[in-house]
Design a protein around this ligand. Structure first.
Ligand SMILES: Cc1cc2nc3c(=O)[nH]c(=O)nc-3n(C[C@H](O)[C@H](O)[C@H](O)COP(=O)(O)OP(=O)(O)OC[C@H]3O[C@@H](n4cnc5c(N)ncnc54)[C@H](O)[C@@H]3O)c2cc1C
Length: 247
């Protein structure tokens, strides 16, 4: 199968987030980027599907600037065959989906995998919008994906208190959830091979973003912990009642 994996880069989960430009932009100074964890699972699943079927090719695509190239190289080291970067500042989900849809229309993919959401902006929108642009079926939040008979995939999704098993005909878009598989760590051979694999940079085709951020706000900082001795039960009840307001 020819599989496209949509790859978003996100700040490492240990990053201390702050903003610049009147709280409009993320302060990128010192931020370490990683592959969005759901996208790492999508990439691993793409590798497993092609290993099981004995062939095919895997492309990863990112909409964004040159600062994303290290994460694209990491995806190549994990096992993708080629990477594509659509060179524009990604400002909203519609813009990202439209750019990827344009690229998909110019190529020949059987399956597009994306993460269920990015763990920074948490939109959960790109997969659905992409399917709509392409007029392809969408299966959202997949926990299991296997090859089916005659050009279909068998996909499981969690439901409230149960599980749904679906057959979807290709080409299709599937978004990936964490139970799907275990992420692969690139080995030395993969890292060496990644240096010579193709990383193509394409010009954007769309009209850009429809939205802009007015302001970001951080959650209120947590109060310091207060400890009570066993004999201070009255003070504890008072604090829970008057300050924490949970009683
Ligand atoms: C002011 C501002 C500045 C930003 N600057 C940057 C930046 O410099 N670099 C950056 O990477 N993002 C940047 N973003 C985030 C970018 O806008 C998001 O990628 C986009 O809005 C989609 O986010 P989402 O949470 O809706 O994605 P979701 O819909 O939650 O993502 C779901 C899946 O879609 C795919 N996907 C999401 N984004 C991309 C992408 N860019 N390329 C390929 N696949 C993708 C992934 O598979 C992801 O798991 C910025 C956003 C704003 C508002």
């Amino acid at each position: 199968m020819n599989i496209l994996v949509c790859l978003s880069q996100v700040p490492d989960t240990t990053t201390k987030i702050s903003f610049t430009s009147d709280n409009k932009e993320l302060n990128k100074a010192g931020v370490q980027y990683i592959i969005n964890p759901y996208d790492e699972l999508a990439l691993t699943k793409a590798l497993e599907l092609n290993e099981a079927s004995g062939g095919g090719s895997i492309t990863v695509v990112h909409v964004g600037g040159a600062d994303a190239e290290p994460v694209l190289r990491k995806a190549l080291a994990i096992g993708a065959d080629q990477a594509v970067r659509i060179d524009t500042a990604p400002m909203d989900a519609r813009q990202v989906a439209a750019e990827i849809a344009h690229f998909v229309s110019s190529a020949s993919f059987d399956l597009v995998l994306a993460g269920r959401e990015s763990i920074d902006y948490n939109g959960g929108l790109v997969g659905g919008m992409l399917a709509e642009y392409l007029d392809w079926p969408l299966v959202n939040v997949a926990t299991s994906i296997e090859g089916g008979a005659g050009g279909s995939m068998i996909v499981c999704r969690d439901m409230d208190g149960g599980r749904e098993k679906l057959e979807v005909y290709l080409p299709a878009v599937i978004t990936c959830q964490k139970e799907l598989t275990e992420p692969r760590i690139p080995n030395m051979r993969g890292i060496m091979a990644a240096r010579t694999k193709p990383l193509q940079v394409l010009a954007p085709q769309g009209k850009g973003a429809d939205m802009h951020v007015l302001e970001h706000a951080l959650p209120p900082s947590r109060q310091a912990c207060r400890f009570f001795e066993v004999h201070q039960m009255d003070e504890l009840v008072e604090a829970l009642h008057q300050q924490a307001k949970v009683l």
